[in-house]
Structure formats: C-alpha cells, structure tokens
Design a protein around this ligand. Structure first.
Ligand SMILES: Nc1nc2c(c(=O)[nH]1)N[C@H]1C(S)=C(S)[C@@H](COP(=O)(O)O)O[C@H]1N2
Ligand SMILES: [Mo]
Length: 494
C-alpha cells in the first residue's frame, strides 16, 4: 500500500471511530445527541427556504437520505485529507479531529431539548478517535519525516469502529418501538366514523389513503422513537389548570373516529402532499375544557419530542370541529413515521400549523408571544387551506371514445360542492362527486369525456362548500399555499 493511500485510510479509520463510538453512546443516551445527526439537523434548520424547497422538490421524500449521504461524503473527504496532511505533521491530525469533535459537540448542545449530557457522545467519541489517531500516526514509525501506518493497526482500528457501530445499532434496537406499537390494543371509538364509501376506479386516488402510501413531511432526520410506556403529554402555559396525561390515560378517555384529509402547505398544484385517513383520538376540546385556557391565549403551541414547534389558532381547536389528539390511523396505532404514539389533527388547517407528530407538549400562548418553527422561517402565521383539485387520470395518454377523467378535490372544513372539467378552451363540464360524510375530507370526482383524437389540455377547478370558486391565478406554495388550476396534456390515440 502506498504511503498516501494508507494515510488517507488512517484518517478515515479515525473518523469512523469518532462516528461509531459517538453514535453508539447516543443510541444509549438520546438518539438525537449523536453529533452526526445533530449536525444534520442543524443543517436542516439553517437551510434557507428556497434551497429546502428545491431539495424537497428534487429529492422528494428522500431529501433526508440525500442530506445524510452528502454529509458522509464530506466527512470522508475531510478525514482522508486530514490523514494525508498528518503524514508529515501529525499535530495537524490532532487539531483537525478536535475541531470536528467540537463542531459535533456544539451541534448536539444546540438541539432543542438538549441537556449538558448531550455533549458526552461527541466528547467521548472524539477522545477515542484521538486515541486511534495516536495509535496509527506514530512518529516512531516514520521514515524520512513521513509516518508509515502499520496495516495491522489500521485493520484493528477499522474493526474497533465497526464494533462500536454494531453496538450502537444493537442499543438502538433495544428500545424496539415497532414492537411496542404492535402490542398496543386500541379501544373501540365512543363515536365511530360515519361509514363512507369512495369510488374505486383505475388510476383514481382511493378515498382512504393506506398508511404506507400516506405522504410524509417533517424535519426529523431520524424518526423520534417514543416508548408508549414512558410517554407523557403536558398541557400548560396560560391555563387555569396544567395537566399531564400518560398514553394509557389518553386511551382510556372517550375516543372519536373521523375521516380527515391532511395536506401540506408546500404541495404544488397537482402534487401529492395530501392524504385522507381515518383518525382515532381524544377530542382536543375535552382536554382544553379541563385545562381552562385563559382569555387572550389565542395560540395553541404544540411541541414534538424532537423540538419542532407548531402554532394553531386556539379558537379553532374548540369551535366544535373534530380537532383531536390522534392515537390511531386507519384502524391501527399511528405509524412511527406519522407520529407514534400521539399526534394532533385539526381539520381545516395545513399540517405545519396543526398536525404535530410525536406530540409531547401543548402550551397555551398568544400569536404575539411566540413564533413557531415555520413561522420563524417566513411561512404564514395563520392561513386557511386553499381550495385544490387534481386530475389523477388520464395523466398523458388516452384512447378515443369514452374516457373517465377522475381525481380528488379538497377544501377541508369548508367541503367541496362542485368540480368542473374543461377541455381545451371549451365550456366547463360538471363532474359527478362521490358522497362524503363530512366537510373535512377530500372528494373524489369523475367526468365522462368523449375524447377526440389529438392533443388536448384538460383543466379542473373546484367550488368549496361556501360557494367560492378555486383561485385560478397561479402562485407558489410559499408563504401560504399554492393557487392555480391543475392542467394535464393528454394525447388521444385513434
Ligand atoms: N414533529 C413534527 N410534526 C410535524 C412536522 C414536523 O416537521 N415535525 N411537519 C408537519 C407538516 S409540515 C405536515 S404537512 C404534516 C405531515 O404529516 P404526515 O407526515 O403524517 O403526512 O406533519 C406536520 N407535523
Ligand atoms: Mo407541510
């Protein structure tokens, strides 16, 4: 092995030790104290809005994987470079490793909800990495002023890093949230969801979205894993009586079950960041009535286990709508990615101002006193859901003759009263609407088209339950939700 190659590998081995050891310790202590994840999370929080938007659009829901992979490449390149530089000047290696460790430590301490103990993984990991470095880059092994790294030692250090990584993986698995979730038995709802039947058609989005197909949007690089046995929800702030509930206590309250469509403010016209599920949960107003919010506490601030924050108009949580703390989704406990064990659902609001996953705290506050995560980044403090409609089928090709044009339309809590389809510059044609049991879900629609051969533009628009037509003028999702009409170009074959 050439001297430079083995030096680069030596640098990599030391970085692997730092990451392996710190990650293993973090798995045992608090997963989010891992310096690797903490740096990633800090990067997510600091990313300017346009870049985040770009990342979400380009990489879709794989944006987090891309970020972590990118970080791994950067760290590996740095580590190899440090190794090569340290061949002649080992002091460079010590300083560079210590500096990287300090960055990881600062990132971990900077996470919301961190404690001083969160420095431990980075500190111990870095010290172990420095030890590995001392073992590999030994002045006494140098010839003509360059260090030669022994192959055995190199393999030994890599093996040590691997063992630490494995230990971390095992420690992570020790709190097996998936198993705890499978063991949960959900009670029957005191108030079941009215039975709704959607339409089933090739290419048309089903009325209820299966959990595995439900869109996922959050800032969590690693999904918070909460043991339901340790779960506590705190309700406080400007209330007459602060309250605490365990998971069991929430399950023992009367539960409601409702179909509610959830949608993301960053959904583009025609996009897929919306889903409809049957949620089971505790009425939020039942809990708030017990806590007695003070007058003027107009914002309900909710916090997640990983420190994300959300601000919902408090009045909308108590005005009779089916706002709830959900524990079930489509008849099963909430999936871990969708907020297990408890999340918020408030019909009529975008997810970023209402749908806190991994919910741990509710604080009554005011809009004047507190800005939530996305509000701080320029998104609207309060906004109604924009009426939206989407063509699911056809998307590009059709055969001449009878073609079912179909899709979904939503305007949660106002409902959908009409959907119309236009072909090219022709008249607007009224589509058939599937029956729905509340104004809080999307509505499937179908329109039978006599398709003529050639290229055609199909356009859709909806009218909400208050009689207002969907906004035609195009605008970006930022800062309060996209507007415009979904248009599809279809080639009709003879
Ligand atoms: N803890 C936490 N909850 C969160 C978010 C988040 O980043 N962290 N994102 C919100 C946003 S922007 C949306 S659109 C919904 C998406 O919920 P889903 O992933 O279950 O579809 O969750 C909301 N709840
Ligand atoms: Mo969102």
């Amino acid at each position: 092995m050439k001297g430079r190659t083995s030096a680069a590998l030596g640098g990599l081995a030391c970085a692997a030790v730092v990451l392996g050891v710190s990650h293993a310790l973090a798995a045992a202590l608090a997963p989010l104290s891992s310096p690797f994840l903490a740096v990633g999370a800090a990067a997510v929080d600091a990313t300017p809005e346009p870049v985040k938007d770009f990342a979400v659009r380009t990489f879709g829901e794989r944006d987090k994987l891309v970020l972590l992979a990118g970080m791994a490449v950067v760290i590996a390149t740095l580590a190899a470079g440090i190794g090569i530089a340290a061949r002649r000047r080992p002091a460079v290696g010590y300083w560079a490793l210590a500096l990287l460790g300090a960055v990881g430590c600062a990132a971990a301490l900077g996470r919301p909800g961190s404690s001083p103990a969160w420095a431990l993984p980075a500190v111990v990991g870095t010290l172990t990495g420095l030890g590995a470095f001392a073992l590999l880059f030994r002045p006494e092994d140098s010839e003509d002023g360059t260090v030669r790294i022994g192959r055995r030692r190199l393999l030994g250090v890599f093996a040590g890093a691997g063992a630490a990584g494995l230990a971390g993986w095992a420690a992570g698995g020790a709190t097996d949230v998936e198993k705890a979730r499978r063991d949960v038995v959900l009670p029957e709802p005191a108030s079941p969801a009215p039975q709704a039947e959607g339409i089933a058609r090739e290419g048309l989005t089903p009325y209820l979205t299966p959990a595995e197909d439900f869109y996922r949007v959050d800032t969590a690089l690693s999904v918070p894993r909460i043991d339901p046995d340790d779960y506590v929800l705190r309700i406080g702030g400007r209330v007459g009586r602060p309250l605490e509930y365990t998971y069991r206590q929430l399950l023992d309250m009367p539960l409601i079950e409702r179909d509610v469509t959830l949608s993301c403010v960053s959904n583009e016209i025609g996009g897929t960041l919306a889903g409809n599920a049957r949620w089971l949960g505790v009425r939020l107003s039942d809990l708030l009535d017990l806590a007695r919010p003070e007058k003027g506490a107009d914002q309900l601030v909710s916090r997640s286990a990983d420190g994300w924050t959300c601000g919902t108009p408090a009045a909308d949580c108590r005005d009779g709508r089916d706002a709830m703390l959900a524990v079930g989704m489509n008849g099963r406990p909430l999936p871990v990615e969708h907020g297990f064990p408890v999340r918020m659902i408030v019909p009529g609001h975008y997810g970023y101002v209402s749908a806190t996953k991994w919910l741990t705290e509710i604080e009554l506050s005011s809009f004047g006193d507190f800005d939530a995560y996305w509000t701080r980044r320029g998104w609207a403090e309060r906004t109604d859901i924009k009426t939206a409609s989407r063509i699911d089928t056809p998307r590009s090709k059709a055969r001449q003759g009878a073609v079912a044009v179909a899709g979904v339309a939503w305007a949660q809590h106002r409902g959908i009263s009409a959907v119309e389809v236009q072909v090219d510059d022709g008249p607007w044609n009224e589509a058939d609407l599937a029956p729905v049991t509340s104004d809080d879900t999307w509505r499937q629609w179908v329109w039978e088209w006599r398709a003529e051969p050639g290229e055609h533009l199909l356009r859709v628009r909806a009218t909400d339950g208050e009689g207002d037509l969907q906004e035609e003028e195009e605008s970006e999702p930022f800062p309060s939700g996209a507007t415009g009409l979904h248009t599809v170009r279809v080639t009709v074959a003879e």
